[in-house]
Ligand binder design. Structure first.
Ligand code: FE2
Length: 139
């Protein structure tokens, strides 16, 4: 499990969703790292793609609504980062389906998901918590 306490933003809903994302992506990496019986893993890959596409929308919406609520100054650029990520996941979903879920591409995606998640949650999303703190506002 790659989730760390220090990744918390300080907003319960967002932190819970982040933790779930980390959990799912960690699991996904573990499954696809081992290439044995690859055919049996394709269902897991499909399920993860659907989860990522659906859950990420829910989560990004929650985060964006929260940022609107606190008048977060970087909302627009944050939205752009979210929409680029959604596009990456959707593009991978299309390619994977078209090409029959090749190991290398699935593993590459799993690595990218984790790298993106760590970078985004540990850096970009942290700024939301810091902003709230400096405003002295309520979370
Ligand atoms: Fe975010």
């Amino acid at each position: 499990m790659m989730w760390k306490e220090k990744y918390k933003v300080g907003v319960e809903l967002i932190d819970t969703q982040h933790e779930e994302l980390f959990k799912r992506v960690s699991e996904f990496i573990e499954v696809v790292q081992n290439e044995n019986n690859w055919e049996d893993k394709i269902d897991k890959v499909k399920e993860t793609m659907i989860f990522m596409q659906e859950y990420v929308i829910t989560h990004f919406n929650s985060e964006e609504i929260y940022q609107e609520k606190i008048n977060y100054p970087d909302l627009e650029s944050h939205k752009k980062i979210h929409s680029d990520f959604k596009k990456m996941v959707n593009d991978y979903a299309t390619i994977l389906e078209r090409d029959g879920y090749p190991k290398k591409v699935v593993q590459e995606l799993a690595g990218k998901l984790m790298a993106w998640l760590i970078m985004h949650v540990a850096q970009t999303d942290q700024k939301i918590g810091l902003y709230v703190k400096h405003q002295g506002g309520e979370m």
